[in-house]
Design a protein around this ligand. Structure first.
Ligand SMILES: Nc1ncnc2c1ncn2[C@@H]1O[C@H](COP(=O)(O)OP(=O)(O)O)[C@@H](O)[C@H]1O
Ligand SMILES: [Mg+2]
Length: 404
């Protein structure tokens, strides 16, 4: 069933990402209105695929954003609203509610953006999470700290990229941190620090079913990379491994608990060193950052951003969505901040290298193979070589956002 008039999709972009999403929408005849945070308005967006473009100083300030989009709606019948960046998920939900546009509304968006809502919703569905508490009631906070062994992390509810996370070792430290935060403190949660390996499951859903999922394990946990200034790496796991099976099974539990019907998601777990169990870390209703989409595509041929667009349009049209044919191969990514502006990676020439991160002050490689062992081997080897050849040691205290 095809509409007479083109579908109009408003895309919100607080960062430069989601280009293949926009291109796929245009390819299918939809009109894309792109609203960018000013800072990213001049990036090489696919202009020929964009019907209209607007810059805003930022995409969060209310009522400015609601007024601006409502103004646009006078001339444009907006069918769908899409968040291209994680920071746009809540704004998109609020705009959907205002304009009565279908899709994830505010209550549900919280499960994917608010780390406290995520914990509560997961725990109430029997999903294992680190012991946590809100930062509302001081009696509860005192009880929590008396009962749960430190260290804890004091974590912002609405950030991403490990921004603002503090590891604390005693209640004195917590009270001091809360004091510094003042009125900001209720926008945090406190949870037990669970040392372990961090996994991510990148998946596509349709009709409440997982149609596609790959599971990967980060090298060093993201927090130690962003705050300790190390090397980021991640790799797809063998599909017949216990880790793959468990993390993909658990992510399906999370999707059910969060009532997710369709779309693309990035979901993380910690496998605790102390008990070997998997603890739900977080989930997002979006494509994973740090070029994870490129890694998934190198291994499988599935382009997550493009599929996200196909799903969005299929929902709007009432069409069926079918996952394209894909490969079951493997890939891995390694990236670090480099000392030099354009580091020389010419000595890295294994045939498995399929892409190099084209960004100044970054060294990064994507490797692909049909053999997961080979991918792992290369990443481990490159990890040592990157330390010697490129790594810039800038221990990055909480606050700075190191995105790859
Ligand atoms: N409870 C925890 N125990 C151990 N490490 C944690 C915990 N919470 C967060 N981290 C570390 O911080 C990183 C970022 O936390 P996460 O909840 O995934 O938020 P973000 O949205 O910033 O990625 C994780 O990848 C992990 O390394
Ligand atoms: Mg995370």
């Amino acid at each position: 069933m095809t509409d007479q008039r083109p579908i109009t999709i408003l895309c919100l972009a607080s960062e430069y990402k989601g280009v293949p999403f926009i291109e796929e929408c245009a390819r299918q005849g939809a009109r894309v209105i792109l609203m960018t945070a000013e800072k990213y308005g001049g990036e090489p967006w696919p202009w020929e695929a964009i019907y209209r473009h607007y810059n805003m100083p930022d995409l969060h300030t209310q009522p400015n954003i609601t007024n601006a989009v409502s103004y646009l709606a006078r001339e444009n019948d907006i069918d769908r609203i899409v968040a291209l960046d994680d920071y746009d998920v809540a704004t998109a939900a609020s705009l959907r509610e205002h304009l009565r546009v279908p899709g994830i509304g505010e209550t549900q968006a919280r499960y994917f953006r608010d780390k406290l809502a995520m914990r509560l919703q997961a725990a109430s569905h029997g999903i294992r999470v680190p012991a946590f508490t809100s930062v509302f009631n001081y009696d509860q906070l005192r009880d929590y700290m008396a009962a749960i062994t430190p260290p804890w992390v004091l974590k912002p509810r609405f950030e991403a990229g490990a921004v603002g996370i503090r590891k604390l070792h005693d209640s004195e430290g917590v009270w001091r941190a809360l004091d510094e935060l003042g009125d900001e403190q209720s926008f945090y949660l406190l949870e037990q620090f669970v040392p372990g390996d961090v996994y991510h499951v990148d998946a596509l859903l349709w009709g409440g079913e997982v149609l596609f999922a790959v599971s990967s394990r980060y090298g060093a946990p993201p927090l130690s990379v962003t705050q300790g200034g190390g090397i980021f790496n991640t790799r797809l796991l063998p599909r017949d491994s216990e880790e793959f099976r468990e993390t993909t099974r658990l992510s399906a539990d999370v999707f059910r608990a969060f009532y997710l019907q369709q779309g693309v998601t990035h979901t993380e777990f910690i496998r605790a060193h102390h008990d070997g169990e998997y603890y739900f870390l977080e989930t997002a209703a979006r494509v994973g950052g740090a070029h994870i989409d490129k890694m998934v595509e190198a291994a499988t041929g599935i382009a997550l951003w493009q599929e996200a667009a196909r799903i969005e349009l299929a929902v709007e049209r009432g069409d069926a969505y079918e996952l394209p044919e894909h490969r079951d191969e493997y890939a891995g990514l390694i990236i670090c901040l480099a000392r030099e502006q354009w580091p020389d990676l010419s000595a890295y020439n294994e045939p498995e290298i399929v892409w190099r991160v084209p960004r100044e002050y970054h060294a990064g490689l994507l490797v692909a193979s049909d053999d997961p062992e080979r991918v792992s081997q290369l990443l481990d080897q490159y990890n040592d070589r990157f330390v010697r050849d490129f790594l810039m040691h800038t221990p990055n205290k909480q606050g700075a956002r190191t995105t790859f």
